[in-house]
Design a protein around this ligand. Structure first.
Ligand code: SAH
Length: 209
C-alpha cells in the first residue's frame, strides 16, 4: 500500500495509461486534502474512502482509468457528475481548461469547493444539482465523467457532449456496475467499449418536483 502522494502516483504510473499527464496530475494533487480529516492516514491507499452523506470518494486507480478513457484535451471543457469531496474534480482541472461539476448534496459540494481552494485549483466550478440533467449552460463538453452508477445513460449527458466528445459512465447491470466509454460521432453518442466492472454509489434520480 502506498504511504505517500508520490507512492500513489507511482502506483498509477504502473497501470500504463495512454495519457501520461495523469501520473503528473496525481503527483500534483494531494489526496489528503480530499478525504475527511479522520481518514487522512488512508489518503494514499488505493482504496475508496468514506465521506459524509453515506458516500465515498472513489478508488484512485479507478479514477485514473476513467479520466484516461475520457481523454480530455488540454484546451477542453469537462463535466463531472458526482463531485463528492472533489478529488477527481481537481485531477480533471489539471488536465483541461475548465471543469464543471455537479453534486446533489449541498454539504459535499461546499466541502469540495473548500478542498479545491485549499489545493489551489481555480478552473473548476461546483454546483448543487441533479446530474441526470447535466449542466446545459456550459455545454458542449469534450469529456463527461460520471462518478455514480446510473440505471441508464441519461439523455441529457448524451446531448451535452461535443462532437468527438467522450462520456465515461458506470451503468448498473444486474449485480455489478459496468463502466462504459461512449463517443459522440456524427451527432450520435455511441458505445465504444467496456472499461471495467466496479462498484459505485447510485446516481440518484430525484423525485419529480
Ligand atoms: N468524483 C468523486 C466521487 C464521489 S461519489 C471522487 O472523486 O471521489 C459520487 C457522488 O455522486 C456522491 O457524492 C453523490 O452524492 C453524488 N450523486 C449521486 N447522485 C447524484 C445526482 N443525481 N446528481 C449529482 N450528484 C449525484
Amino acid at each position: 500500500m502506498p504511504r505517500s502522494q508520490e507512492g500513489l502516483a507511482r502506483l498509477i504510473d504502473r497501470d500504463r495509461l495512454d495519457d501520461d499527464r495523469i501520473t503528473a496530475a496525481f503527483r500534483s494533487i494531494d489526496r489528503k486534502v480530499f478525504v475527511p480529516s479522520e481518514f487522512r492516514a488512508r489518503a494514499y491507499e488505493d482504496r475508496p474512502v468514506g465521506i459524509p452523506a453515506q458516500q465515498t470518494t472513489s478508488q484512485p486507480s479507478l479514477i485514473a482509468r476513467m479520466i484516461d478513457a475520457a481523454r480530455v484535451p488540454p484546451g477542453g471543457r469537462a463535466l463531472e457528475v458526482g463531485t463528492g469531496y472533489g478529488f477527481q474534480t481537481a485531477l480533471l482541472a489539471r488536465l483541461c481548461r475548465e471543469v464543471y461539476s455537479i453534486e446533489r448534496h449541498p454539504e459535499l459540494a461546499a466541502q469540495a469547493e473548500s478542498n479545491l481552494r485549499a489545493a489551489g485549483i481555480t478552473n473548476a466550478t461546483v454546483t448543487v444539482g441533479d446530474g441526470w440533467a447535466g449542466w446545459p449552460e456550459h455545454a458542449p463538453y469534450d469529456a463527461i465523467v460520471v462518478s455514480a452508477a446510473a440505471s441508464e445513460v441519461p439523455d441529457a449527458l448524451r446531448d451535452q457532449l461535443a462532437e468527438g466528445g467522450r462520456l465515461v459512465i458506470p451503468v448498473t447491470e444486474g449485480a455489478s456496475d459496468n463502466v462504459y466509454l461512449f463517443v459522440k460521432t456524427d451527432g450520435a453518442t455511441r458505445l465504444v467499449r467496456l472499461l471495467t466492472p466496479a462498484r459505485f454509489v447510485p446516481l440518484v434520480k430525484e423525485p419529480p418536483s
